[in-house]
Design a protein around this ligand. Structure first.
Ligand SMILES: [Zn+2]
Length: 236
């Protein structure tokens, strides 16, 4: 009752509505929040980039989760960072890595960050790290020449991304000093072809770091709902 009144007041003040069901009020209503997944799943893309670390996602990139990702990323609905971080943390937890972990966000191009006014993957990863009591270290940077991935097929994405990420030495030194034995988890909002995650993994491994898993809020293809700890590539 109180929440209903609060939602109504928020709607009057802000003109807000739930991104999942359009109900006036909070940006994510209690019903849609309660329906979000609480366990992650394997999220192998098809085809799987060779050598990709086991990828995990909280959900398919559809429905409420897709609306949350887009509203946060493109429309700066920053109140969604918290539930998105919970989903990312769920994916990380399901990866089940032993020992210390470090979350490494996939970087956006600086021009994109400027245009959006924020770096959604970096902020969601930082929040997820706090939930997991693990550090988030933005080790990766983009090189010049990287273009928008939208509209590219898997082969074009791979070519666009090859060598596009790197680890600046200052970040590497900081990580080596604080967590020399940590396994890294590459964190992104959505796993599509896996090419971005694979490039992030390559860049980290090229400087001697160990990538244990890929974690994302969502994955675009239908992902297995099978046993949570069986990271075998899909055969289809
Ligand atoms: Zn809703």
């Amino acid at each position: 009752m109180l929440l209903d009144v609060l939602d109504g007041a928020l709607d009057l003040l802000l003109g807000g509505h739930c991104v999942g069901c359009e109900r006036p009020g909070r940006v994510l209503c209690a019903c849609c929040a309660a329906a979000l997944p609480t366990t992650g799943r394997p999220a192998w893309p098809t085809p799987t980039p060779a050598g990709l670390a086991p990828p995990w996602a909280a959900d398919e990139y559809t429905g409420t989760v897709r609306a949350m990702v887009l509203a946060h990323k493109e429309h700066r609905v920053l109140a969604l960072a918290r539930p998105l971080a919970r989903l990312l943390a769920t994916a990380v937890e399901t990866a089940g890595l032993d020992g210390p972990i470090v979350l490494v966000p996939v970087p956006s191009r600086p021009a994109v960050v400027r245009a959006r006014g924020h770096d959604p993957t970096r902020s969601v990863t930082a929040r997820a790290a706090r939930l997991l009591h693990a550090p988030a270290v933005p080790l990766l940077r983009t090189r010049a020449g990287l273009v928008d991935q939208a509209g590219l097929d898997a082969g074009q994405r791979a070519a666009n991304l090859a060598g596009s990420l790197h680890v600046p030495s200052a970040g590497l030194r900081r990580l080596a000093r604080t967590r020399p034995r940590a396994r890294l988890i590459v964190c992104d909002d959505v796993i599509t072809s896996g090419a971005t995650a694979r490039e992030a993994q390559r860049a980290l491994e090229s400087v001697g770091l160990s990538v244990g898993a890929i974690a994302a809020v969502a994955a675009t293809r239908r992902i297995s709902a099978g046993p949570a700890l069986s990271p075998a590539p899909a055969s289809d």
